[in-house]
Design a protein around this ligand. Sequence first.
Ligand SMILES: *Cc1c(COP(=O)(O)O)cnc(C)c1O
Length: 393
Amino acid sequence: MTSRIETRAPSLVPSEPAALPFPPLPFHVPFRAAGEAGNVARALTGSLATGGAFAAACERRLEALTGAGRVHFTGSCTAALEAIALALDLGPGDEVIVPAFTFCATAAAFARTGARVVPCDVAPDTLMAGPEQVAARLSARTRAVVAVHYGGSVADLAGLDRLCRARNVALVEDAAQAIGASRDGVTAGSVGRYAAWSFHETKVIQCGAGGALAVNDVRDRRAVARVLDRGTDLAEARAAGRRYEWVGPGSTFRGTELAAAVLLAQLDELGDVLAHRRCLVAAYRRALADGPCVPLAVAEGTRANGHFAAVLAPDAACATRLMERAARNGLDLSAHYRPLHLEPAGRRLAAPGTLPVAEGAWDRLVRLPVHTAMDERDVARVAAFLARESVAA
Ligand SMILES: *Cc1c(COP(=O)(O)O)cnc(C)c1O
C-alpha cells in the first residue's frame, strides 16, 4: 500500500518517446508516509480524544512551517472555515465576498450563519480573485473577504490585506490547497486574520479527512478557543480552576488523534512531496509552453506547492473532447468547479452574465495528473497527448 516517493528529484529529461495509448495514469494518488502505522500504533496506546499529543505536535509543526500565529488541528478545512465564520460572529445582514470560482464548501461554511455570500469574479490568467475583483463587490455590509489560493498558487495577499485593513474587513485565507506555498517570501496562511488548510486525501499531504485553522491575531484566540470547545469557556475555566460555562456558539470542530497521528507522519515528508510535485509542474509548464492549451499563470514571486497543473483549452468543446479521449486512453484528466452562482444553491447569489471571467473559463479548464506516484515520463506523455488531441478536430 505504501507508495514511497523518490527522495531524489526526478530527472526532467524525457527518457523515452511519448507513447500512446497510456499505461493507466490516475488523476490523483493520495500520498502515504512511511511513519503512519508507527504513529497510529503509538496513538492507540493513549487517549484518542481530541486535543491530544499528536494533534498538538501537528499544530506546533504547522506554526513553524507556515509562520501562522496559532494553529488548531480540525476535522477538515470546511470545519475550520465554519469555526472561523462563528468566531467572526457573522449573521443575517452581513456579507462575505468569496471568489465565484472555488469549491462550494468555501461558500457553504459562511452561508450557514445566515450571512450573504457575495461571489466576485476572478483574474483570467490565474482564476484567483485579487484586490481588483474584491473591490468591485465591497459594500457597507461586507464583514469578511475570503482569499482562495487556487491550485497551490497564492492570491495577492499583500493587496488583499491592504484593502481589507483599509475597510476594517476580516481577511480569511482558504488555503485548503496551499500547504507550503508562498508569495514574495510570505507563506499562505500567515497573512489573513484567519486561514484554513485541508488534509483531505485529495490534497498534497493528507490524513483521509483533516484540516487546520490559523489564528493570526492574538485578540481572536479566546473567541476561537470557545468555538472549538463546543461553545464553552473550557480553556479559561481550566486555567482559573473553575467549572466551565456555556458561553456561545460552537461545535466539535477539532480533529481526532488518529488522524493527527497520520498527518504528523505526512508532515515529516512534506519537503520531499513538495519537491516531487514542483518538479512535475515545472516539467508540464515547459512541455506545454507553446501549445494551444495554456497553463494557468503564476504571479511573479510565487512559490506554488505543485498542488496541481491545469490548462485552459481554447474552448469548452476542446476541453470536453480532451477529457473524453483521455479517458478512452487510460489517462485521467479532470474538470473543476462550476462558478458558485451557476450551482443550484448559488443561483440567488448573482445573476448569470455578471461574473464574465469565471463564467468564460470554468468549462475550458482541464486539470492534469500531479502526484508522487508519477514521474517526468508521465508528464511527457500527457503533454504529447494534449498537443496532439487539442488540434485534432
Ligand atoms: C478541499 C477544499 C476545501 C474543503 O476541504 P475539506 O478538508 O475537505 O473540508 C475547501 N476549499 C477548497 C478551496 C478546497 O480545495
